[in-house]
Structure formats: C-alpha cells, structure tokens
Design a protein around this ligand. Structure first.
Ligand code: NAP
Length: 358
C-alpha cells in the first residue's frame, strides 16, 4: 500500500445503470453524472419503464436536480445489447438472478448491489478499504469475452465490516453482536407504507439477519489459491426498520482476540486507512472512519452525510459487561451502503486493470 500512487484513467469510461429508476439506481445516476472517470450512456429498468424518457419513468427523489440530458435519455430494457461494457446493477434480486450471469457471460463487467451472487465462491464481495485483494477472484470466473460479476455487500454489512476491520487487524475478533436500526430507503421505492412505520418500528427485515451473519465472514476472510477462506468469527445480528429516511445505525459489541485498552481500540479505529485512500480514488473518503466523542452521536440526520456519505461514523465507545467493548456505528445506506460503495468498487477494478475498455 505504501507504494500506491494516485491513478487517473486516460479517458472517460462509458457505463450503464441497470434498474436506474429505483432507490439505489437513482443514487447511481446522481453520483455518476458528476463522476470524473465514468460517463452514463445507458439507463435500463423494467418493461414498465422501457421506451419512456428517464425523466418520465423515474419518480426522482434525490436532493440534486435531475440533469436535463439524463432526463431525456430513453430507458432501455434490461437486456443485450447495451452500448458499453461496465454495468452498475441496482436491480431487484429476482431480476438480478435472471440477468446478471448471462450479461457477464456475454462480456459485460457487472458491478452489482443485488444479493444474487454475493456468496458465490468465485464472485468477489468487496468493500475496497477492507478486501480489495479479493478482486483477484475475477480471474477465476473463467467467463468468455472478459466479462465478470463483482458485488457490493448488503448495506448494513458495509458499515459493520468497516468498523470491524481495524479491530480484526490490530487485536483479532472472536465474537460480534450487532443490533441494527435501518432506514426506510433501504426498502426501495416506494418502500414501507407510512401506516406501518410512523409511531412505530418493525423488528423484522426479510433475510437481513442471515446476510449480516454471513457476508462479513467472507469479506474479512483471506484470499489465496483462487478462493476465499472465511474468517473464524461468531456473529449474531438483530435487524430493525425505523422511521429514518437514510442512514443505518448499528449497536455493536465485540469480543477481541487479545486484550486491548479503550484507547487502543479508539486509536485503531481513528488511524484506519487503506488502499482507496492511498490511491486517492474519486469516491474514497479521506478518512474512512470518523470517531466522535460526543455522548449522543452518531445520529443519522447529523452524521450520515460525512465525506459525501462515504465515511462511517463511530461513537459511544465504552466497555461492555458481556464482551470487551461496545460502540455505535452509522453509515449512509444508499451512498456508502449501495451506489457510492459500488462506484468505489468499480474505481478499484479500473485501477487493477479488470474493467474491459477501462
Ligand atoms: P427498487 O427501488 O425496488 O428498484 C428496483 C429497480 O429494478 C427499478 O429500477 C425497477 O424498474 C427495476 N426492475 C424491477 N423489475 C424489473 C424487471 N423485471 N426487469 C428489469 N428491471 C426491473 O430497489 P432498490 O432499493 O433500489 O434496490 C436495488 C437492489 O440493490 C436490490 O437488489 C437491493 O437488495 C440492493 N440494495 C439496496 C440498498 C438500499 O439501501 N436500498 C442497499 C444495498 C443493496 P421499474 O421502475 O421499471 O420497476
């Protein structure tokens, strides 16, 4: 990492967003419109939207205005042919199940947010600050025409592993317990009905606890000989939907592999930096983890926007009577946890020479 140098591609790389009308798809469009390396040349969605101008098909919910040139683009069906090789997928899971594999077989480089292929043995599941070296798995997919699938983890997994990685490196990790309070935007568009969530919370999110208990083991695992050996860690997760628009909050307790003081833990979190920072990738936060000493932080409304929504905020670090330490981590679920995280994965793949035409 110390030899890493900032990298710039020689020309803009054309990209498409699959599922561009959804909650995550819109975030992709907003972020890619401003991106220095990538240029949006195609937007796809379901047959309901295909053939319509994007501005008519989408119910735009972003804080930034929809650029006129993007609004005028005709939505394409989610199928071949597409006019570029790099595809960002924000498709719902059942559609992703059906189309991502065939698109990769046809030579497209698919960076996906869907859960369909995350746990496939030859598919990298990447948080660039944590396991960029797992991108090597792409060479073992053996797809014709240079295509591949690379995946972004579940939105809550990302905040969790970002906070765990410095602790795993410095002290080892034996057991982790996490309780999440997850934002409404994580449920897609149109999302959770107001009658279900106002004055309420829902202590169930389908399949979420399973993802949170399995994905971190792969991400924190070791790459070698074309495979990932999952890390040996016991994880227990409880997931709740709460009436917050954006930003997942996670209460985390950790049992470390060796003794450490509270100052040691705080220093490890604060000092954490990785390859995306050394390479100065456009979507990388300067400091991946912000540690706050305020007794009542992090809070979604106040902290989710740190470093354009790409930093994780950790606070309330204190001893845990059951394990060693407990703390609260907050991350933006559709920025770091979805579209922004995927774009950072693609930037890393471009630097590693994996993206066709990149
Ligand atoms: P969403 O709002 O429901 O959007 C789904 C998108 O898929 C829409 O563009 C929709 O197009 C399109 N689509 C639906 N059926 C299709 C079909 N048969 N063929 C082609 N396109 C179809 O979902 P989301 O919340 O953005 O999530 C997208 C993916 O990211 C999911 O796999 C989700 O699990 C994952 N994810 C979400 C978050 C989050 O915070 N929201 C975080 C991490 C990962 P139409 O508008 O035309 O129906």
């Amino acid at each position: 990492m110390s030899n890493a140098k900032p990298f710039r591609p020689e020309h803009k790389i054309p990209v498409a967003v699959l599922g561009a009308t959804g909650s995550v798809g819109q975030r992709f469009v907003a972020l890619l419109t401003e991106h220095p390396w990538f240029e949006v040349v195609a937007l796809t969605a379901s047959e309901r939207s295909a053939g319509r101008p994007y501005g008519d098909a989408v119910h735009w919910l972003q804080e930034t205005p929809l650029p006129a040139a993007i609004a005028a683009m005709q939505v394409l069906p989610t199928a071949e042919p597409l006019p570029c090789r790099l595809l960002f997928s924000a498709l719902d899971t059942s559609t992703a199940d059906a189309v991502e594999g065939p698109l990769a077989d046809a030579g497209y480089f698919v960076v996906s947010n869907a859960s369909s292929h995350r746990m496939d043995a030859d598919v990298p599941l990447i948080v660039p600050e944590v396991n960029a070296e797992h991108l090597e798995l792409v060479h073992h997919q053996n797809r014709p025409h240079g295509g591949a699938i690379v995946t972004n983890p579940n939105c809550s997994t990302i905040g969790l592993v970002m906070a765990l990685k410095p602790l795993a490196d410095a002290f080892g990790l034996e057991q982790v317990h996490v309780v999440t309070m997850q934002a409404l935007s994580g449920a897609g568009v149109p999302g959770v009905p107001s009658m279900a969530v106002i004055d309420n919370l829902v202590p169930y999110i389908g399949n979420e606890e399973d993802k949170l208990e399995t994905e971190p083991l792969k991400i924190l695992g070791r790459y070698g000989d074309g495979r990932i050996v999952p890390t040996d860690l016991t994880l227990s997760a409880q997931c709740n939907r709460v009436a917050v628009l954006d930003g997942h909050t996670e209460c985390i307790s950790v049992l470390l592999g060796k003794r450490a003081s509270q100052d040691d833990v705080r220093d490890a979190l604060r000092r954490f930096t990785a390859l995306p920072q050394a390479l100065e990738l456009p979507s990388a936060p300067r400091q991946p983890i912000h540690v706050t000493e305020r007794v009542d932080r992090p809070q979604p409304r106040l902290d989710r926007g740190r470093e354009a929504g790409m930093a994780v905020t950790v606070g309330r670090l204190r001893p845990c009577p059951l394990f060693d330490f407990k703390f609260v981590a907050l991350s933006h679920n559709t920025l770091r946890g979805a579209a922004g995280g995927s774009i950072l994965v693609a930037e890393m793949a471009v630097v590693q020479g994996l993206v066709p035409g990149g």
